[in-house]
Design a protein around this ligand. Structure first.
Ligand code: BGC
Length: 469
């Protein structure tokens, strides 16, 4: 690498470095923000929402029956039916469709809910035809996984606080999303009642708790979390700590909405690239933790970093000359670099990073020299390493906050995780463990924190919610 480029890459990667103090202070601040959020009834920009979910018990694995689940959380809508067998196992049928881009943003939210209702109707016709005959007036219960911040007022009721992850339908904000879906189902005479509303993290928590046979794993499931398009976590909180509502049961699952951890940027790193990406989003100033961590933003962080180096004439100079002064559209336009590309760039160990060369040409129409690819790989690794280390903050903080509730046994603390980033990014989980070791939330307790991948949490978790409704 020429010395000027090397110097710039070193500066950029240093900017993406997270030191131990950030992690340790971050976990302390997280615990403080949990407590503030549990006391504050209306979430504010600088606090974490800490939303009561009205899910008052964690499943034991004995639940039974047939339930439906709908899952809206990123770019897809998934409908599933789940047969809970009552022995920690389940059978699942599912169908997934990509949400048309024009339904994700715009003045009207109604077409989106119409689309969801139509997909549920089609699924029932295909998989549960017996519910569609005139003789059968039984209705199916559906749990809706809706993975956006919702101010939940009952298990089956909640109004949208704001959209995240690229959705922007302003007329839905403040409205009850269950009601909006039920109206469309009724209009289409689909025999389904939406009986529960759950965030994807709550679904993940419930699924792991249902599947976890403690006598075998020697672990209690304490957190359900997502590191995918967005990031967030849920855990079970005891009644006396939930100051903002009156809880009648012993406790309740709380949806932290940790994407909004440290919107005040007291501890989080804040490079100029973070600021550019934030300014490009529909919710600037919000979800600043998520914007450093999750799949939707990692690709964009890499893109704006590379564009900056190109603008400073440190990268892609030959290519620019060849193209008469311009750079490929996909490098200069926001949101064109899919985070999955980072995954390939990160693991490439081929000679001259040939695999990266192909990926960059295919995905971004970007021709690169071997030297440029080394620079791109170093930056990619710095961005994803930062994301993984920062991800250890909420996990450590929640375990620190709840560990006293699990004094009665020697079980480990299990964290059920789902999402593309944690599942497929090389070394992501290991780096979270590295961060947990630095924060050391268990001090000298002889227990461990174990991250378990919880697949299909969304469907099964929502079905479990429907089963208690
Ligand atoms: C949403 C959360 C969700 C998370 C993971 C975030 O953008 O605000 O509600 O749980 O993404 O899907």
């Amino acid at each position: 690498m020429n010395s000027e480029l090397k110097k710039a890459v070193d500066e950029v990667t240093a900017g993406y470095t997270v030191d131990n103090k950030t992690l340790i202070d971050g976990a302390d601040l997280f615990v403080q923000m949990m407590k503030e959020g549990l006391a504050l009834s209306k979430p504010q920009r600088l606090t974490m929402p800490m939303i009561p979910t009205f899910v008052t018990a964690v499943p034991l694995g004995k639940e039974k029956g047939l339930y439906l689940a709908g899952d809206l959380g990123g770019t897809n809508f998934r409908v599933c039916s789940v047969q809970l067998n009552g022995d920690h196992t389940f059978n699942l049928e599912q169908q997934k469709t990509k949400i048309p881009q024009d339904l994700m943003t715009g003045a009207q939210g109604l077409p989106l809910f119409r689309y969801l209702a139509e997909k549920i109707g089609l699924f029932i016709k295909e998989h549960h035809q017996n519910y569609c005959t005139e003789e059968n007036d039984n209705r199916l219960k559906l749990g809706l996984t809706f993975s956006f911040p919702v101010d939940q007022t009952a298990l089956h009721q909640g109004s949208l606080i704001r959209w995240t992850k690229g959705f922007d339908l302003p007329d839905v904000v403040g409205r009850d999303v269950v009601g909006l879906l039920q109206i469309q189902l009724d209009e289409l005479t689909v025999p389904v009642d939406v009986v529960a509303l759950a965030n994807d993290t709550v679904g993940t928590l419930l699924l792991r708790a249902y599947s976890n046979d403690e006598s075998k794993t020697k672990a209690n499931t304490v957190v359900g979390c997502i590191f995918g398009t967005g990031t967030n976590g849920a855990y079970y909180e005891s009644r006396e700590n939930i100051k903002k509502i009156n809880v009648e049961s012993k406790g309740m699952a709380i949806n932290t909405e940790w994407g909004s951890f440290d919107n005040g940027l007291k501890v989080l790193p804040n490079t100029k690239y973070d600021q550019i990406v934030d300014a490009e989003t529909a919710n600037p100033g919000y979800h600043l933790f998520e914007k450093r961590i999750s799949g939707m933003f990692l690709g964009e962080l890499l893109r704006v970093t590379l564009k900056d180096l190109a603008d400073r004439e440190l990268l892609f100079c030959d290519l620019k000359k060849e193209r008469g002064g311009s750079l490929p559209h996909r490098l200069v336009s926001p949101w064109q670099l899919d985070s999955q590309v980072l995954l390939y760039l990160e693991i490439d160990d081929s000679t001259n990073l040939k695999m990266s060369q192909l990926i960059l040409e295919n995905e971004l129409r970007l021709k690169t020299t071997p030297e440029e690819r080394i620079a791109i790989q170093e930056i990619t690794r710095a961005i994803s390493k930062r994301a993984a280390l920062l991800s250890s903050i909420p996990i450590s903080a929640i375990v620190k906050h709840v560990k006293h509730l699990y004094k009665h046994d020697d079980n480990d603390f299990e964290i059920g995780c789902d999402g593309l980033v944690v599942e497929f990014f090389p070394g992501f989980k290991e780096r979270i463990y590295e961060g947990i070791k630095i924060i050391n939330p268990l001090l000298d307790l002889k227990k461990k924190i174990v991250l378990t991948i919880a697949k299909d949490g969304l469907g099964v978790g929502a079905a479990l919610c429907a089963s208690v409704a």
